[in-house]
Design a protein around this ligand. Sequence first.
Ligand code: MLT
Length: 272
Amino acid sequence: MYIQLPGVTISYEDSGSRLPKELPTILFIHGYPLSRQMWKPQVRGLADSARLLTPDLRGFGESEATPGPYSMELLADDCFALLDRLGIGEPVIICGLSMGGYVAFSFYRKFPQRVQGLILAATRAGADSPEAKTNRDKAIALAKKEGAEAIARLMLPKMLSSRTLNTRPEIVEDVRSILLSASIPGITGALAGMRDRLDSSSLLAQISVPTLLIFGEADQFASKHEVESIRDLIPGASLHWIADAGHLPNFEQPEMFNTLVQGYLTAFFDNK
Ligand code: MLT
């Protein structure tokens, strides 16, 4: 489905219409340079547990690719506008993976009253280091020169655990095709937005909604120490590591990921 938001047409899926109204809504925000297709295993596995909203962020999947940069605030504003256009005024659970987590932090900073819970997967709270900023600029240049294929070649080995890469070709191919669907304005716009994003570390202690943290044990993006400090700073947050998963635990180990989300819904939102 497509919806016109201020300044951009967004593509999204909404499993809501056939569900009882009292179930919570989960807004899933995908990572870079991915699309809502990365949430397919959740759309399948959690369909009876919550209303599931999965937008393609601008520049990704089937959404319009407006010129960048895409600040995390702009992407959070798009998510807010989507909820508004769909008439969802009550707070929702935000589930963000990696860049989706950066957007979730921004959403929480801007609209805390619209957040009922947070599921943060494979993400980081800090800003980019000077070295990481330089790497973003190099990736922007690469995308402009050689296109999404070069970015897919760069990212794929970092996204999945070596076990997934070596033994599960169907997952590797699914992720590759999602990576190849990213537009150049999407890739460069998101890279610039991530490069310039705010440090969310000081936000963590102010988070007052139930928070579930899910990470793959073989994630190359976040160190164990970084992840544990997110858990320690968010009051009451629980942290789960998923074995045999890298940066995409929801895609590499969907059953375990969905079980954790289901447990979280049952514990905090009385969802049986
Ligand atoms: C992502 O998966 O969204 C990105 O790899 C995050 C990042 O590059 O910081």
